[in-house]
Design a protein around this ligand. Structure first.
Ligand code: HEC
Length: 200
């Protein structure tokens, strides 16, 4: 059975349509060189930068919202099975459906580098904790996905999507605080304890 957990399927379903409607951004005309961004300026105040700059410009939240999540949704919408009134349907593109395989490949590639973005100085939340391990897991899932998609391997395309999901799930379980009575079952307190940090 190639199905992701229910929670995810719901998420994918809710998000599949806007993701499908996305089109590649139009090429912007070259802009005149702006003044350099002040060090430590928040993303909200930085409108442009002058090259070269290794500065982190977007928050983790914005990287999630605008890079990681749309890429993952686009990928998941094209893998695994989904049930409806008429039965189970495989969402993986057919062998001849080059356009959708291309979307899967683009999305997988975006996640490969997104893992690196999460590890950048100034963005990595917990350089000595498992943060980097989860970011690397995202990159590796993206690399597996690219391999699977390049060979149009249906099972491996799904498996890479599951690995992606695990990376999201594990990192969120540790780094996004939830109320004690949350239905989300991961034992966050145990993770904090193992990392020698006070529980919340
Ligand atoms: C290395 C850690 C890490 C990984 C891997 C990760 N996330 Fe996140 N994600 C976070 C953190 C931390 C936040 C909370 C950011 C905040 O609110 O400041 C977050 C927040 C989010 C949000 C909420 C953004 C908002 O608008 O508040 C979404 C959606 C999300 N992640 C999707 C994903 C998906 C999908 C994946 C996997 C494909 C993923 N994330 C992988 C750390 C991670």
């Amino acid at each position: 059975m190639r199905r992701l957990p229910l929670l995810l399927t719901g998420l994918v379903l809710a998000a599949a349509l806007p993701a499908l409607a996305q089109s590649p951004a139009a090429k912007a005309p070259a802009k005149p060189a702006p003044a350099a961004a002040k060090p430590g300026a928040s993303a909200a105040t930085v409108t442009t930068i002058s090259a070269p700059s290794g500065a982190v410009l977007l928050s983790v939240k914005d990287v999630m919202r605008h890079i990681v999540n749309p890429a993952a949704e686009a990928y998941w919408a094209r893998s695994g099975e989904i049930d409806d009134a008429s039965g189970a349907h495989d969402r993986t593109p057919t062998a001849a459906d080059e356009a959708n395989w291309k979307v899967s490949l683009d999305s997988a590639a975006q996640l490969v580098e997104a893992g690196n973005l999460l590890r950048m100085d100034g963005r990595a939340r917990d350089p000595n904790g498992p943060w980097n391990k989860y970011a690397v897991a995202l990159t590796n899932a993206g690399l597996s996905a690219m391999t699977a998609v390049n060979s149009k391997d249906v099972t491996k395309t799904f498996d890479a999507g599951s690995a992606m999901y695990d990376a999201c799930f594990n990192c969120h379980g540790k780094y996004i605080q939830r109320p004690k009575d949350s239905l989300y079952k991961h034992n966050i307190d145990k993770d904090f304890e193992a990392a020698g940090k006070p529980s919340h």
